[in-house]
Design a protein around this ligand. Structure first.
Ligand code: NDP
Ligand code: MG
Length: 384
């Protein structure tokens, strides 16, 4: 389980801990939360615990001494953990650091439950090709994509006319547009419906999260930008809908609890009992839908540009977004400047060699990621 100490990882730990005798847990990975990594490795009887930070090695070693659980540290050790022959792995690292472990697991034929959206955004074609070549399955865990996946069971993709992913609207959905520039870190870090990690919560407020999900939809399901829509749905109960050529819309309705999508991927192709709320729709009464205001959320137009450009545009978009988000968290730039940084970086990297002309390989993706972070940093300095 990659990223076991995070928000998605902890939901997966919860599901596995409830039925421990059915699983043989090989490895858990985390970052700085060593106490959690160690206690979960013990609770889930894992063989191996890995932190991505070499300077955390001693602390992890001490925490697990006498348990018989092997310990390792560093990015290479995380990638090595993906080489174990296992049936199922969860990719729940945050950021583009999730790409290499996910690719490695696929290469080894492991079924990959994919929460790490950055993998599909930065290197979707590469990831899908890797899975195909190895005969490995990717199961989407992002709730919208799990919903689309479930709505497509038994269906023919040729009959699909459109895919609609819903958005809660995030923390600022009721703010006047002219106040968004003043949004603080604390205000952007609180989500009206979902309890998630801080970075994805801020991305929900800016709609960068939905922008990433548009790109994920294109890459995973192989549908063009023109067939994918975003719909603001405040209640976050319908996660996605698929529209077919006979006019039918299949909607996936469920509580906003990641354990549903994780559990679906864990038990797929079966369905098994999950400890999530059962919705009482009569009590809920009504569901609401609004078209997104594209002016308010420039991230959506940037995602359309990325989907239409293809190639390395996704890697540049993601890296610039991660850098801009670091800048917002550090107080270097304002809330609205995040999209300006991403737009500026895409613009800068579209000239010269361009984004489309280069072959997509892991190296070219990592190089585009590296350069985009440098350019985004330069743009931030000018803005700040
Ligand atoms: P969190 O920030 O809560 O957790 C991230 C996990 O990755 C932690 O285990 C963290 O370790 C670890 N980690 C951080 N940096 C690195 C690194 N450089 N190398 C290896 N491991 C690292 O994130 P979330 O759980 O919110 O999100 C995980 C992924 O799932 C993201 O891609 C996100 O977009 C996606 N996602 C999340 C949803 C949610 O509900 N949260 C919903 C849908 C998708 P530590 O904390 O110990 O430092
Ligand atoms: Mg989502």
């Amino acid at each position: 389980m990659f990223g076991a100490t995070g928000s998605v990882g902890q939901s997966a730990v919860d599901l596995i801990a409830r039925d421990l005798d059915s699983y043989d847990v090989v490895a858990l990975t985390g970052g700085r939360n060593i106490a959690k990594l160690a206690s979960d490795a013990i609770a889930l009887r894992a063989n191996l615990a890995v932190t991505c930070y070499p300077d955390c090695y001693d602390e992890l070693k001490d925490a697990l001494s006498g348990t018989g659980i092997a310990v390792a540290a560093g990015d290479t050790a995380i990638a090595e953990a993906a080489t174990h022959h296992v049936d199922w792995a969860l990719s729940a690292i945050i950021g583009s650091a999730g790409l290499v472990p996910g690719m490695t697991a696929l290469e080894h034929g492991t079924t990959l439950a994919l929460a790490n959206k950055e993998s599909l955004v930065t290197a979707g074609p590469l990831l899908m090709a890797r899975a195909k070549a190895a005969g490995a399955t990717i199961l989407p865990v992002d709730s919208e994509h799990s919903a689309v996946f479930q709505a497509l069971v038994g269906e023919d993709m040729a009959a699909v006319e459109r895919v609609i992913i819903t958005a809660s609207g995030g923390a600022f959905r009721d703010w006047p547009k002219d106040q968004l520039a003043t949004a603080t870190l604390a205000q952007a870090s609180s989500h009206p419906n979902w309890d998630m990690g801080q970075r994805i919560t801020i991305d929900s407020a800016s709609m960068f999260n939905k922008a990433m999900e548009l790109i994920e939809t294109k890459e995973f399901f192989g549908v063009p930008s023109s067939m994918i829509e975003v719909l603001v749905h405040r209640e976050s109960l319908i996660h996605a809908m698929v529209g077919f050529n006979d006019g039918a819309l299949m909607a996936h309705v469920g509580p906003p609890d990641m354990r549903h999508a994780i559990g679906y991927a864990l038990h797929w192709p079966d369905r098994k009992h999950l400890p999530v709320e059962r919705l009482d729709l009569a009590k809920i009464g009504s569901l609401t839908f609004e078209a997104p205001d594209e002016d308010r959320y420039p991230a959506l137009a940037l995602a359309r540009f990325v989907m239409e450009t293809g190639g390395l545009a996704g890697a540049v978009f993601n890296a610039a977004k991660e850098r801009a988000l670091d800048g917002f968290i550090a107080g270097d730039i304002g809330f609205l400047q995040m999209s300006a940084v991403v737009a500026g970086t895409l613009d800068k990297m579209s000239s010269g060699d361009g984004l489309q002309l280069r072959d997509m390989t892991l190296d070219s993706v990592l190089e585009a990621d590296r350069l985009a972070r440098i350019y985004a940093g330069e743009i931030m300095k000018k803005l700040g």
